[in-house]
Design a protein around this ligand. Structure first.
Ligand code: HEC
Ligand code: HEC
Length: 315
């Protein structure tokens, strides 16, 4: 008897679940589209307002209402609008850009890695959104007095802090590496790098209370692989070096935390462990293979981008 009751209640439970689902189906759809609108708005505030804020004091890019105006052509379909925005944000270039004035005032939008679904949801929201500054006037508000200076001042401070941390960490690593090389040659120094590079960096992180990474497109330590955004800036800095222009630190303001990128360039000394295999000592190569079976950090010459500093700064 007990068993039957149990079974019965189970059936009822299952059935009621199913019932619920059926009756909710329609409202689900409505709720979903409402929450989708909402999620696009929240995502825009989270990912885009760090620069596209509607408040002129903190703006590092034109307000979203201006962006919307430039992309909402007469009669454009939602699909095309979304595709245009996604196309630009996934890979901003001057050729694709339409807001020439904004590029003059703020520079081209820096490349940042956003998930595809995030850009799409934001663009879908943007198509229908009635943003405050759209009403009334036809823009021009972005050319606020002194605003550009505010932006530069903030970015300059971040860039300075980033450079200070990168240089201090570089010095710390370099000093210890040189000492190890002098004391025991490259094999000994390899063991040293293998054991000490991470803890030394961690010490600096603690001292400055930031996240410091040394990452590369051709990494030796599997933990130092560059992500998509970092790879983009590695390519950017390689281009700088190729054109013999002094690389400028890149600062990307993000929610509360900002990212800082700056290249790490090889000199002659580095080639003992990162050079062309045929020019390196066989025992050094052998030791590298033992310590890092997946090593990609060989084949460099002098004055090449070995990687970048990737530092997350708190504001
Ligand atoms: C780190 C700052 C920054 C962030 C964050 C940012 N942008 Fe931008 N964006 C800019 C700047 C600067 C411009 C103006 C220069 C330009 O047009 O490239 C711009 C311009 C644009 C344009 C117009 C491009 C044109 O000229 O046609 C679009 C579209 C755009 N942003 C979308 C977005 C979206 C969507 C997000 C959030 C997912 C976002 N941006 C986040 C800096 C940023
Ligand atoms: C004695 C050998 C040795 C020398 C010399 C050396 N490195 Fe390395 N390098 C290593 C080792 C080992 C690692 C991996 C460290 C780890 O496990 O975190 C490494 C890692 C790196 C990384 C982190 C990204 C990655 O590939 O894991 C960068 C960037 C780097 N080296 C740049 C340089 C530069 C620039 C120089 C010259 C100024 C240099 N190295 C000289 C052995 C060396």
């Amino acid at each position: 008897m007990k068993r039957i009751i149990l079974l019965l209640s189970l059936i009822i439970l299952v059935a009621s679940c199913k019932d619920k689902k059926d009756t909710y189906e329609e409202t689900d759809l409505a709720a979903e589209s409402a929450s989708q609108e909402h999620s696009g708005k929240a995502l825009m505030e989270k990912y885009c307002y760090a620069c596209h804020s509607p408040e002129s004091g903190t703006r590092l890019a034109p307000p979203m209402s201006m962006v919307q105006m430039h992309y909402l052509e007469e009669g454009i379909s939602k699909e095309d609008f979304v595709a245009d925005i996604v196309n630009f944000v996934k890979e901003p270039t001057e050729e694709k850009a339409r807001m020439y004035g904004a590029i003059r005032n703020f520079g081209l939008m820096p490349y940042q890695e956003f998930p595809d679904s995030v850009i799409t949801q934001i663009a879908e929201y943007l198509y229908d959104a009635e943003l405050p500054e759209m009403r009334g006037h036809g823009g021009g508000g972005m050319h606020g007095r002194g605003m550009g200076m505010g932006q530069n001042a903030q970015e300059n401070t971040l860039a300075k802090t980033g450079m200070e941390i990168a240089q201090a960490t570089q010095q710390q690593l370099g000093k210890n590496l040189m000492k190890a090389m002098e004391e025991g040659g490259p094999i000994y120094a390899l063991d040293f790098c293998n054991v000490e590079a991470m803890p030394l960096t961690a010490e600096m992180e603690e001292e400055y209370n930031v996240e410091i990474k040394r990452v590369s497109d051709k990494n030796r330590n599997p933990d130092n692989a560059a992500n998509k955004e970092e790879k983009y800036y590695i390519t950017h800095f390689k281009q700088n070096i190729k054109e013999s222009t002094e690389p400028a630190p890149v600062v990307i303001p993000k929610e509360g935390k900002s990212k800082f990128y700056y290249p790490i360039v090889t000199n002659k000394m580095c080639l003992q462990c990162h050079g062309k295999p045929e020019e390196m000592k066989p025992e050094v190569l052998q030791k590298i293979k033992e310590l890092y079976p997946q090593d990609k950090a060989l084949g460099y010459s002098e004055n090449e981008v070995r990687g970048i500093w990737s530092i997350e700064l708190e504001e």
